[in-house]
Design a protein around this ligand. Structure first.
Ligand SMILES: C[S@@+](CC[C@H](N)C(=O)[O-])C[C@H]1O[C@@H](n2cnc3c(N)ncnc32)[C@H](O)[C@@H]1O
Length: 162
């Protein structure tokens, strides 16, 4: 399971992890969930996080894991109430209009308002159209060199712009 995280993008900017005392949905973003749990255990953060993820190996997280397939964007357990998270952080699996359009439905269902998305630079226009997201100046890091340029996008005032 941990190889999955090592091979993924890491959102390590302080603004990404410095999210205190709120309810966070990590959508297809297991490494972000892991980081938040780590900070909570170090008492640097008292937020609660839920991981919405396709890879069932993460069901090891028990009640904090929700199986999620972007193809069925609103097929969620009934206890997952609409607008029940202060912020959603997502890293969709594919750079396609079909994928981002479906993920957008999930994010808008889950969040009270804030969305932080990590995806390719080529998705900028669509991310703006679907969710009103703006590209940040902060560059997400990756453990491997990727052919595609990745970016963070948000719909709120953030230090990711500075
Ligand atoms: C590009 S990776 C992003 C990983 C992320 N940076 C992290 O926090 O580790 C995309 C994620 O989408 C998940 N995924 C794959 N197929 C999916 C599907 N059909 N629906 C939702 N998520 C999926 C993968 O398991 C993976 O965790």
């Amino acid at each position: 399971m941990f190889n999955v995280w090592r091979s993924c993008r890491h959102l390590d900017h302080p603004s990404v992890v410095f999210i205190l005392a709120c309810r966070i949905a990590c959508v297809s973003a297991p490494s972000v969930y892991q980081k938040l749990k780590q900070l909570a255990s170090q008492k640097e953060n008292c937020s609660s996080a839920v991981l919405f993820e396709f890879d069932r190996r993460f069901s090891a997280y028990g009640d904090e894991f929700v199986f999620y397939d972007y193809s069925n964007p609103l097929c969620l357990p009934e206890e997952v109430l609409p607008q029940s998270f202060d912020i959603v952080i997502a890293d969709p699996p594919y750079l396609s209009e079909e994928c981002l359009s479906k993920v957008a439905l999930t994010l808008k269902y889950l969040t009270k308002s804030k969305i932080l998305l990590c995806t390719g630079a080529i998705m900028e226009e669509l991310a703006g159209k679907l969710m009103g997201l703006k590209m940040c100046t902060y560059l997400p890091k990756h453990t491997h060199n990727l052919a595609n340029e990745f970016r963070c996008y948000v719909n709120y005032e953030s230090r990711l712009f500075s």
